[in-house]
Ligand binder design. Structure first.
Ligand SMILES: CC(=O)Nc1cc[nH]c(=O)n1
Length: 108
């Protein structure tokens, strides 16, 4: 199948296996990555060395308060809620507003 790539996003290498298996199907980003739109197909590479590992289709984009993170979000990240909150704080520090990007892998 041919399709147009509309942008790119990076993930830490430690998330690669969970993304490729479908165990992780959302990502939570800050304002700087709030521009993604439903229907976009994105080139996905590792943050560490910019190595392509899949393309994804963006299926959801939602603004989400950190205080509203719940067990469903954690399950979609393949983590416990406590692990997810720690990951977010480790990446972004104290943050009130997140952007949930839901996706499916379309090529790997
Ligand atoms: C590179 C990077 O910021 N990666 C992130 C950030 C938040 N969630 C996630 O799954 N990946």
């Amino acid at each position: 199948m041919t399709y147009t790539i509309d942008g790119e996003i990076t993930f830490f290498e430690r998330f690669e296996a969970d993304i490729l298996s479908g165990a992780k199907n959302i990502t939570l980003r800050d304002q700087s990555e709030s521009h993604f739109k439903v229907g976009q197909r994105l080139h996905v590479a590792t943050f560490e060395d910019n190595r392509w590992f899949c393309d994804i289709l963006v299926e959801r984009v939602e603004k989400l308060a950190f205080n509203h993170l719940n067990d469903v979000h954690a399950q979609q990240e393949n983590m416990t809620l406590a692990e997810l909150k720690k990951v977010i704080i480790d990446i972004y520090g104290s943050i009130d507003t997140l952007y949930l990007i839901g996706f499916s892998v379309i090529k790997a």
